[in-house]
Design a protein around this ligand. Sequence first.
Ligand SMILES: Cc1cc2nc3c(=O)[nH]c(=O)nc-3n(C[C@H](O)[C@H](O)[C@H](O)COP(=O)(O)O)c2cc1C
Ligand code: SF4
Length: 518
Amino acid sequence: MTLQIFVPRDAGALAVGADEVALALEQAAAHRGITIEIVRTGSRGLYWLEPMVEFATPGGRIAFGPARSQDATTLLEAMATDGPHPLRLGVAEQIPWLARQTRLTFARCGVVDPRSIGDYEAHDGYKGLERALELGPDAIISEVTASGLRGRGGAGFPTGIKWKTVSQAKADRKYIVCNADEGDSGTFADRMIMEGDPFLVIEGMTIAGIAVGATKGYIYIRSEYPHAVAAMNAAILAARQSGLLGERIGGSKFSFDIEVRVGAGAYVCGEETSLLESLEGRRGVVRAKPPLPAHHGLFGKPTVINNVLSFAAVPFILARGAKTYADFGMGRSRGTMPIQLAGNICHGGLFETAFGITLGELIDDIGGGTLSGRPVRAVQVGGPLGAYFPRALFDTPFDYEAFAARDGLIGHGGIVVFDDRVDMAKQARFAMEFCAIESCGKCTPCRIGSTRGVETIDRIRRGERLAENIAVIEDLCNTMKFGSLCALGGFTPYPVMSALKHFPEDFGSTPTRLQAAE
Ligand SMILES: Cc1cc2nc3c(=O)[nH]c(=O)nc-3n(C[C@H](O)[C@H](O)[C@H](O)COP(=O)(O)O)c2cc1C
Ligand code: SF4
C-alpha cells in the first residue's frame, strides 16, 4: 500500500526546511522499504507549525508539525502505523485554528497539488467558470455586484462597479490585470494563493475577461516571489493545454489568455497606474486620474485591474451564488477577508474569516499575543500606510468603515504586532523614511514632504522645540494627506499621526501637551 504524504512547497514552508523534510522522508521510506507518494501542496497558513506535513487516512489527513528532517524516521513510523508522535496535531481540518476559519477563498490552499489541474477540478475547481459561461457577461457582473465584493488590494472599491464600467466602455481591445505586487508589510495572502491554488486566480481572471469582453490578461508579480511566478506559469500552461485558456475556452465562444510579468521591486508599482506604466515598460510613475484605468488603462485601453484576492474570491461567488457570499460579513463589508497575522505574534499566519471579528480577538485570541510573551503595545493594520492602533482600540471590528471611522484602514488585511519595547517615534520616522525612499517623485507633498517629515521627527526625537515641531509635523501631514496625487503620500500621515496621537509619550510629549498643540 502506498502512503500518501503531503509536504508544502509554499515559500514560507521552504524557508524553514520543507524541501529537506520531503527529502528525508523519501530517504527514510527507501531505507525502511515503505512505498510513499509525496504530494507537494501549498501551505494551510499555520506558519508557526511549518513545515506541517500530513498523511492521508480514511478519516482525513493527519497533520504533524513543525517537522524537521531529523524527525523523518519517527514521523514515517507514526504515519505507517497511524500511531502517536510528539508532533502529531490530529486531523488537519480539526486543528482549532483552522476549524474556526471560514475558508471560502483559501478552501483548497494547502489541500491540493498546485501543479495539477485535475486535482483543482476534483476539488470543485472551475465550477465558477462553468456557471459564468451559462450566465453570460451581464449576469456575471450582476452576480459580482450583488455579492458586495470590494477590492482586496487596499482601497475597497466595489468590484462589480469596476467591471461594469469596463464592460460598458467601447474599445477594440480590453485588458484584465491582476495586481500581485503585494508590497504591504506583514502581507503574504496573494503569494500563498498563487503558490497554493494558482488555478483559482486564473479562473477568477478568466471570468472577469468574459464579463467585460477582454481577451488578454496579465499578472504583475513582484520579483521577490519566484515560487509564485513558477506556480502561475505552470498553471497557465496546464490551463492552456486543457483548453481552459486560449481560443474558445472550454468550447465556448469566449477566448482569454494570460501572461505573467515580473516587477522590478518598487512599492509604488503596486499603485494601479504606476503598475500599468511598469507593464508598458516604463519607470513606475503614478498617472494622474482621471482618466480611470477602466476607461484608459493598459496601452490606453479599458482595463480591469484587481488584486489577486479580489479575483480569487470570484469563482466561489459564481459557483455558490452571490447571496451565499454576501451572507458573511457586516455592514458594507461583505464576505470573508483573508487576514494575515505577522510581526511579534505567537500564532502568525493566514486566518480567513467573515468581516466583523474584532481586532482584539484577532490579536489576543487567534494570534495568542506576542511571541516574546511581553504585552502587546501597538499593531499596525493595513501595511506601511496603515494606522497604529493601541490596545484601547482593540474593540474595532474588522470592517472597512469601522477602521476608517477610527482613522485607520484594513488595506490588504495585514496586521503587524509590536510589544512594549517598540519606540513609536521611531516607527513614525520610519513611515516618513519609507515614503521618501519609495516616492515616485511626481508630486511635491510626497517627494519633498516625506524628507522634511524625517527631519522634523528627528528634531522631535532629539527634544528640540517640541510643541513647535509637533505643530509642523501635523501641518506637514495635512499637506501630504490632501495634496498628494496618490495614497503613498496621501496615507503616510496615518501611521505618523496615529503614533503621535496614541503614543505621545514616545515623542517626549505628555498627552495633555500634545492635545494643546492640536
Ligand atoms: C502606494 C500604493 C501601493 C499599492 N500596492 C498595491 C499592491 O501591492 N497590491 C494591490 O492589489 N493593490 C495595491 N494598491 C492599490 C491599487 O492601486 C489598486 O487600488 C488595486 O490594485 C485595485 O484592485 P482591487 O480593487 O481589487 O483592490 C496600492 C496603492 C498604492 C497607492
Ligand atoms: S504621492 Fe508620492 S508616490 Fe504618489 S504620485 Fe505623488 S510622489 Fe508619486
